[in-house]
Structures are given as structure tokens and as C-alpha cells.
Design a protein. Structure first.
Length: 88
């Protein structure tokens, strides 16, 4: 089973990923993260449970936090946002 930490869960693509997971037995959203969601974690760092991957459909300004989270957890990260600039 693939356990996804989904950052940006309340956006259009986040909702699509959640719907996909509901239709597939081998995919689970183990944590929904979105600062606008009432039933979500408001920060990636709040979730400490088991995960296979972090998928980011939030905002390009979250890229650094997503990468730090993935490195600390030693899990892959899929960053699917636009508008990125070079890190300093």
C-alpha cells in the first residue's frame, strides 16, 4: 500500500488525489495537510505517522518545507506546483 501525505489537500488537484485514493485499495491518504482545511493538519511537520511519500499540490512557497519534511522522514517527495524560483 502506498501511504500519501498530501500537502494542499483542499485544492483542486488535492481533491482529485483524494478521490483517486478512495477508488483504489492500494493507495491511502494517511495525512491531509492544508492550512484552509478544517479536517486537515495545518502543517506538514504536525504529521509523524507512517508514510510512503509526500505529494505537494499546495503553493511554490511551500517547496522548502516539503523537501525538509521528506529528507527528515527519508521518504520521496513529489512537488507538483508551479511558479518556482531558485532557492538561495
Amino acid at each position: 500500500m502506498i501511504k500519501i501525505v498530501l500537502n494542499g489537500a483542499c485544492g483542486k488537484m488535492g481533491r482529485e488525489i483524494c478521490d483517486f485514493a478512495e477508488r483504489n485499495d492500494d493507495v491511502e491518504i494517511c495525512a491531509r495537510v492544508d492550512k484552509y482545511g478544517t479536517d486537515c493538519f495545518h502543517s506538514l511537520m504536525e504529521y509523524r505517522g507512517e508514510a510512503s511519500v509526500v505529494v505537494d499540490f499546495s503553493h511554490h512557497s511551500s517547496a522548502r518545507e516539503v523537501l525538509e519534511y521528506a529528507i527528515r522522514r527519508r521518504i520521496p517527495a513529489v512537488i507538483a506546483t508551479t511558479g518556482h524560483t531558485e532557492f538561495e
